[in-house]
Design a protein around this ligand. Structure first.
Ligand SMILES: NC(=O)c1ccc[n+]([C@@H]2O[C@H](COP(=O)([O-])OP(=O)(O)OC[C@H]3O[C@@H](n4cnc5c(N)ncnc54)[C@H](O)[C@@H]3O)[C@@H](O)[C@H]2O)c1
Length: 337
């Protein structure tokens, strides 16, 4: 299938893990990574790939039409895996503009360029466009219910970030319907693992704990997320990109529903073992004012990808969380030693 892949946002958390995964699994593929290196992207995240001949990094904006057209013709792109996005809910609540520019406009530029390029080559139905989406597009679930989002759950985004992702998903679907493009979408739950930006929950808990600072938790700490180890997500994307049905959507979950307080406690237990002190790190946990419109619970029903593509997560939450905490402690020791 596709041999020349455009991966967007490859200096960010999930896509940098995905690039490492793909370069190992498909050494014959050419991978082009476009990333604007916003505050969230880090060149160091893909340093290991930089030396490989079949990897190319381009610093640029996905909404830059001329640049995207140049990349398609220069590298003869036949597949797009689209991760690039403004991704932090809190920032979208403060200022929505960058979210519309990157997440909606940027997606439209990629779609339009892919359509034109593949149409010219007679590859409209074979070139694949994979949209990486989030379970947040479905809205929120109640703490008391055991309901989960499935692929038929209507979109009901509650904050500007999820609204911009929902808008992008709709554009992707429309390009499949209108022009016959070979599009597929996947929505995953919260990812965790190495290389996540400092501002997200797990790195925030670890870095504050290591510095002896208060560990801030929103509201009563009881908001629930379903945690998915990033490498399990990468395997799911690989399967969906290669074998998923055109125009279909696949949910990907970790099967690890945890409230923020439970998660913070687990991280503190691991840190108490790795970095024992006079007091438990748990004493640093502090509740702060709640996030505006804070969705109470997300959980996904991922039976479709399990039943049709044979995927399941391979990393237990205990193992994944231990590996993750160890990775951040190691990084922290490198910068402080
Ligand atoms: N992190 C999660 O738990 C999670 C869960 C479900 C879905 N997702 C989705 O996965 C994707 C990746 O998320 P992440 O957490 O790795 O994000 P991230 O913030 O770590 O990385 C995003 C990357 O995109 C780049 N970028 C942003 N705007 C750009 C633009 N206009 N042009 C080029 N590059 C641009 C940034 O520089 C950064 O490297 C996003 O689409 C997000 O919606 C994330």
């Amino acid at each position: 299938m596709s041999k020349s892949l455009l991966v967007t946002g490859g200096a960010g958390f999930i896509a940098s893990n995905f690039i490492h995964y793909m370069m190992k699994r498909y050494p014959e593929y050419q991978i082009i990574n476009i990333d604007q290196l916003t505050y969230a992207g880090k060149g160091a995240n893909v340093q290991q790939a930089a030396a490989l001949e079949n990897y190319h990094f381009i610093k640029g904006d996905i909404a830059d039409e001329a640049l995207i057209q140049h990349i398609f013709s220069e590298y003869d792109i036949d597949g797009v895996i689209h991760f690039a996005a403004e991704s932090h809910v809190d920032r979208s609540i403060e200022d929505v503009k960058a979210f519309i520019e990157s997440n909606v406009l940027g997606t439209s530029v990629l779609l339009q360029t892919a359509r034109d390029s593949w149409d010219k080559k007679g590859e409209l139905a074979t070139g694949r466009f994979h949209q990486i989406s989030t379970d947040e597009v479905y809205g929120a679930l109640g703490l008391e219910s055991d309901e989960k989002f499935n692929e038929e759950t209507p979109y009901d985004p509650r904050n500007p970030y999820s609204a911009s992702k929902a808008g992008a998903d709709m554009l992707v679907k429309s390009f499949g319907r209108t022009y016959g493009m070979n599009v597929v979408t996947s929505s995953s739950s919260n990812n965790y693992g190495p290389r996540q930006h400092q501002e997200k929950l797990i790195p925030t808990v670890i870095s504050n704990a290591l510095q002896g600072n208060p560990i801030p938790l929103y509201g009563d700490g009881k908001n629930v997320r379903d945690w998915l180890y990033v490498e399990d997500h990468c395997r799911a994307i690989d399967l969906i990109f290669h074998q998923g049905q055109t125009l279909e959507k696949y949910n990907i979950g970790g099967g690890n529903e945890k409230s923020n307080i439970e998660l913070a406690m687990m991280i503190c237990d691991i840190l108490d073992h790795l970095k024992p002190g006079q007091h438990s790190h748990k004493e640093l946990i502090t509740f702060i004012g709640d996030r505006k419109g804070h969705d109470r619970r997300y959980a996904v029903d991922d039976s479709k990808i399990r039943d049709t593509l044979g995927w399941k997560p391979l990393t237990s939450f205990k193992t994944g969380l231990n590996q993750t905490v160890e990775w951040y402690v190691d990084q922290w020791e490198k910068v402080t030693s």
